[in-house]
Every structure is written in C-alpha cells, then in structure tokens.
Design a protein around this ligand. Sequence first.
Ligand code: NFS
Length: 642
Amino acid sequence: MLETKDKNLSKLAKKSVDPAAQEILKHAEAEGISTVWDRFKAMQPQCGFGLSGLCCRICHMGPCRISPFADGPQRGICGADADLMVTRNLTRQIAVGTSAHGDHARSVAHALILAAEGKGGYQIADEVKLHKLASEWGIKTDGRKKEEIAKEIGHLALEEFGKQEGTLRFINRVPKKRREIWEKYGLIPRAIDLEVSQTLNRTTIGVDNDYKNLIFAGIRTALANGWGGSMIATELQDIIFGRPRPIRSQVNLGVLKEDEVNVLVHGHEPVLSAMLVKASRDPEILAKAKASGAGGINLAGICCTANEIMMRYGIPIAGNYLHQELALITGAVEAMIVDVQCVIPSLTDLANCFHTEIITTSPKGKSIGSVYIEFHEENALQIAKEILMRAIKNYPNRQRNKVDIPKEKMDLVGGFSTEEVFTFLGGKYRATYRPLNDAIINGRLRGVAAIVGCNNPHFPQDYGHLEMAKALLKNDVLVVETGCSAIACAKYGMLKPEAAYEYAGRGLREICEAVGIPPILHLGACVDISRILTACVEVIKEGGLGVDFSDLPVAGAAPEWMSEKAITIAHYVIGTGIYTVLGGPLSILGSKNVTNFLCNEIEELLGGKFAFEPDPVKGAELMINHINKKRAALKLRPMMYQ
Ligand code: NFS
C-alpha cells in the first residue's frame, strides 16, 4: 500500500483533503452511491505480482509470474527473467502514453489544416507563432498568406507521425550537448508512430531480450512524445487558439451554478472544448437557455481539457481527475461532454442516478449508456451548438431535491507560457530570460521545480501536490505546474499572486511581489509539459547556468501519478536529463537490476534518474538536495536569505 503515513489526516481526508470533495463523499455515502474510493477499497489487497511488474501476459504459453521472494533466479516459460519481464511491461506502457499524446497532436494538425481552409470554425489566432514555427521548419513565408503557411505547417506536422526517414523536427531545439548524448545512446527519436510501433514489436515474445537495450528504446519512444507529439500539440494549439496569456479564473465544484444550465467538458482535446466555448457564447444559444428557465449557460471543465480552455478563455475549472465523479454527484450537471483520455468508465452508471447525460463525441472513446454525438472538426461549431442545445433541453429535468453544490471555489491566475512565463520577470518591454537566470545565479531563487500529473486513490486527493509545493516554495524554489497538479494547488489558493506572502521564502516572495505573479505558475495541460522543456532551452540559451538540462538547478515530480501518459512523461523528462521524483513507484520493483538502473546507474549516462518517494515533503527534500547539488557544481552564490 502506498497510502500516506500522515496519521493526522481524518478518515475522509485520507480520501481527499479537498473540503468540497469531502462534502460530496459524505453525500454519496448517505445515498449509497459508490465512487472510485469505494472500488479502490474493495480491490484491496492489490496483486503484488502486478504492482512489482512480475506478471507477464505477453504470449499464450503464459500467463507467467515470478515471485520476488523466490530462492534463486526464476524465469517465465519463455525464459524471461524478472529484469526482462518488468521492462517489457514498462516499455509497453511508455508506448501507450506516446500514442495518446500523438493522437491528440494529430487531431490538432488536422484542425490547423481546416483553419487554413476556413472550415470548422477554427482560426489562425497567433500569427507571430505561426511565422516563428514556419521559419524554424524552413517554410517560405515571403509573400505568402497565413493560410498557405498554416496549411504547410499542418501537413509537415502530420508527416512527423509516419515519415520513414529522418528524425523529428523539434530535435533542432535541443542544445548541442544533449543531442550528442542522445546520439551516443541511439536516443534521437524518428517518427512518432514509428517509435510506438517499433517498441511494441520489440516487446513481443522473443525480440528484444536485453533489458537495457529495451529501456533505451522506451526512452526514445518517450522522447518522441515530449519533443514530438506533446510539442506539436502545444505549438499548433497556440497557433489555432492563441498563445495563453495571464488570465484570471476560478476553480472547484463551487463554480457550478444553481440557476444555470451546467455543462461540463471533460477529456483532453481543445479542438472540441474550444468550440464549446465559442458555442456557449452564441446569443442564439444563450436565448434558448433563458427560454428554458435557466439564467444562462455555465460551461466549466474537468481534467486537462479544463486547463486548455481556462488558459485561453478563463473558463472555470470544476475539478481535477478525482473530481469527475464528484461533479456528477452534485446532481446539478445537465451534460458532461467527453472526448478522450482520463474519462473513467464509471461515469455513465453514475449519471443514471441523476438527470445528467454523458455525451461521448469520439469514435475512439465510446461508453455504453452514453449519448453519442460524433464530433467532426469539419463541422465543429455546428456540432458544439447541437450538443449545447441538448443540455439546455435537459435543464427542466434537474431534480432539485438531489442537488448539492459545495460552496468551495477559489480564484486563480493561470495562462503562462514559455514565451510569457519568465519573460514576465523582465517586464513587458524586456522579453528575456535574463532576470530569471540572474535570480538563480544570485541566490534569490534556489531553482525551479515542475510538479505535474494526476490524482490517484493510493494517495489522499491533492495532498501530495500541496505538501510538495509548500515545501518547495518555502525554500525559494519557483514551482511550475500543469495538469491535475495545477488544478490541485489552485483549489487551495496557491495560484493567486497573494499566495507568495503565505507560502514563499523571502527571495521568491520578493520576485513575485515585484512582478505580480503567483509563486506557482500554471503552464497548461499535460501536453504542455513541452512548455517546460522549451523554457529550459531558453534558460540554457540565456547563459550562466550550464550547457545542458542536466546542469540546471531544476527537478520534476509527479506525486500522485496514475496514468500511462505520466509514465511516458517521466521517461522523457529523465531522458532529457532532469531528476524526477515519483510518488508511487513504477511497476519495476520486482527487478532489482531495473530499479537500480532507472534510479541510479542511468544518471551517469543521461544525467536524469528517478526517485520513488510517497511522502511529498521528503520528495521535496530530495528535489531541493538535487537542486543544491547542481548549484554547487555550477559554483553559484550561496542563497541570499538562508
Ligand atoms: Ni495528465 Fe493524469 Fe489526466 Fe491530465 Fe489529469 S489525470 S497524466 S494531468 S487529466 S492527462
């Protein structure tokens, strides 16, 4: 069991430290409604073979399992030992994660082509970024219309998935030293789909039987996500929907409204959610909502798609991953519109307890019991309106006696990007990373930490994100966040500029005060972890903090991770040379060799490695120690105030 050791948490707080979640959980218990926490409890004890990675179902001579307590080396029927068994499972998970973000990016590339053709309601919102990417990719811009340029970028982006020769275009962004390391170990990713498919082949029975060779293939596949799929998604989304700029919004279940049509959008791809934003502001739709007796339409988001539309349009966020069921139990949701990823199968059953409709939209992601309205980018806006009309029609069916909307909601400031995040520190007219680098060099800031990833019922919801962030901020570490982690900290007011007074050490507080930023900067959805990579590139380019990612006083963490996407992200981060703390261990503990390789030896080769630490404060200490080690290696000044 990975549960927190903090004995002071109440029984309810061991499920979630969020008071809004606690209120709904009490309500659910009283009504006999089961949630993910009930199913988690029923699943105990969880399978030790699975947890340690020592269960293999790859071929049908098996299934096989190896006991971690057996005398002498044990093998599966094919002869695979524990090292190979855990590695095959791990690299398959990495391939899945890369495929998820790759598919997301592919739909964005399609949307860019449609925007160029004037179809679907998409536009080219950021011409500066369009031109910048065009020149980076060697696309002619002189005398060409933005639509022509966008179309060419869209097609070149699509080639990144299936081309049979060459390497990914964004590798040109990688500093020289890192590229040399990747070349040495054969880690430069080629096409995204090629890496995924080849990794799957390598893990089939009797292909790659060398666990280290297989781990490197996994890391290359992960790099095809970080420097490929995710980066394409972020860049192209910025071009279509606009680069995020600092923006105010609100978060938590209290954003739902008693007297409006509550529409939740859940999943990942802004090609859908951004269109729902547009449709929800259409006067005709608003008039229809009013005619149904509601005060208006209240659109809010769950999970990463919420981050996408909060970052660009200020749409409120109803919650993170473990809030998806809770939002339905408020009884106040007319429709939950979903696309793909992190949308759990229990939702349709749960919705049946209420008037709520779950509307699935992707042929890739159907759900028995849902209403299916297929989304096509070509008719995006029209379909978005149709979906909203369905929600409006459902409003009179809301059963008032079942409604329980917690009052908790919190203000936040989000919307930071590589272009604006740190240049902010230089003020509006000095767009440079110099002030950030100088603050680190002078010891006002110790370094930068990224906290990302999911919720997981193995841990009290949000507890890991919050406690880790607090410990880092206190020690003058600037925190950047994405995904469910950013939503978690936002719920407790940590994404407000005032939070610097409460949580930040003196050096960090002075910077936040001077610039007016929160001590935690929200960089977007999980695909936008690519922004953290590109921000690190800018820091290296600016100079004074080394020549490679592994020189920087930075660290990453995913204290409550659960998804295969998180596994992939973790591997591209260590593959990029950055130390990473994971709350729960990867399912590799069944092999001492693999665990030792990924948590120790690999640092010699790639500069990054993992640590597994369930206690978030201890996890923060590990990150701070690492940052201090890097500061010492760079011979930076002692910290100003400590
Ligand atoms: Ni990323 Fe985690 Fe899902 Fe987003 Fe949340 S669960 S791996 S953070 S919503 S993708």
